[in-house]
Each structure stands twice: as structure tokens, then as C-alpha cells.
Design a binder for this molecule. Structure first.
Ligand SMILES: [Zn+2]
Length: 178
């Protein structure tokens, strides 16, 4: 009783077409998610519109929650699959939960779901909201910028040995509902 239901959104949720303005519950995200969205794209417009209307609340989680999420993501081996924004969304969800809310992370990302489970954070896929869309990832080396296929099996760059990162690849979802 009295527990507020909150949805916490990652970058993939916005890219896939999630519109916070259409949801009856409070919606939260982190500043880094906005940075990951492509400039002038529809997801960014939806993001900014929802912020302006007060529907979408942007909050940076406390450092101790970020550390806790990083620790468990390291334990599960998901850390190299997660962007800074992903980690902050999970940390924010952990914090909101600690504050007595019921947050649900909306994500189709397996690594995020995995780390959410480990931290006893509820999550749901975008299909829950009628969104069916598979996000394409570009795996790349942040140091020498070599690109790798999304299913690349190694964690480190074959050229320079730097830990690989990834970012959303597809700009325009094909079967997006409006
Ligand atoms: Zn490299």
C-alpha cells in the first residue's frame, strides 16, 4: 500500500518507440539516455516533450547505487555489454526501490534484465506495451574505432586490446507504432 509504481526507461525503450506521454504511471530516466538518442530523431523529440510536460522525470542516481550495480554487473559478466546510461538506469531503479517505490525497468536488453534480476529489480520487455522491435547493436572499439559485428564473441579489441563497447545501430524502427 502506498507504494508508487514507476517505470524506468533505458535508451532502447525510447528508440523502440516507447512514448512516456501515453503511460498512466510515473516514468523515470537518466540524463545519459538523452545523450545516447540521435539528435532530432523522433525518440529524442518524445523524450524532450515528456520532460517538458513533467511526465518524464530525469534523475541521476546516488554514487553508491551506481557502484552497487557495477559490482553486480561485473559478477554476472554483463558489465562490458552495458553502457553508462544502462548502468545509471539500473542504479536509479535500485534507488527508487529503496525509497519505497515499485520501479519496473522497461528494457529488451538481456544484460540489463540479468543485472536487474540480480538486484531484485523488476523488469518488463517492450512487448508488454505492444512494441515489437529488435534493437541492432554496433560493437566498436572506443580507442581505435574498429567496428565489430553485434555477435562478436570477444570482449577486447583485436587490434589494440581495449575493452569493446556498443551502441544502438538502427535509427529508424520499421514496425514502429505511432
Ligand atoms: Zn581497438
Amino acid at each position: 500500500m502506498g507504494s508508487r509504481k514507476i517505470f524506468a526507461l533505458d535508451t532502447s525503450a525510447f528508440i523502440a518507440g516507447f512514448n512516456p506521454s501515453e503511460i498512466d504511471y510515473d516514468v523515470y530516466s537518466v540524463p545519459n539516455v538523452e545523450k545516447e538518442l540521435i539528435k532530432a530523431g523522433l525518440p529524442k523529440v518524445r523524450f524532450q516533450t515528456a520532460v517538458e510536460s513533467g511526465k518524464l522525470k530525469i534523475q541521476t542516481p546516488h554514487a553508491r547505487y551506481v557502484e552497487a550495480v557495477k559490482e553486480s554487473a561485473t559478477e554476472t559478466g554483463d558489465i562490458f555489454c552495458l553502457s553508462e546510461a544502462d548502468i545509471l538506469v539500473l542504479a536509479l531503479a535500485a534507488q527508487l526501490k529503496d525509497e519505497g517505490n515499485t520501479p519496473i525497468v522497461v528494457t529488451d536488453d538481456y544484460s540489463m534484465q540479468n543485472v536487474a534480476s540480480k538486484n531484485n529489480i523488476s523488469f518488463t520487455s517492450l512487448a508488454t506495451f505492444g512494441i515489437r522491435y529488435r534493437l541492432q547493436w554496433q560493437v566498436y572499439c572506443p580507442a581505435c574505432h574498429k567496428k565489430y559485428p553485434s555477435n562478436y564473441k570477444h570482449k577486447d579489441c583485436e587490434i589494440c586490446g581495449t575493452k569493446l563497447k556498443r551502441k544502438p545501430k538502427t535509427k529508424n524502427p520499421t514496425n514502429q507504432q505511432t
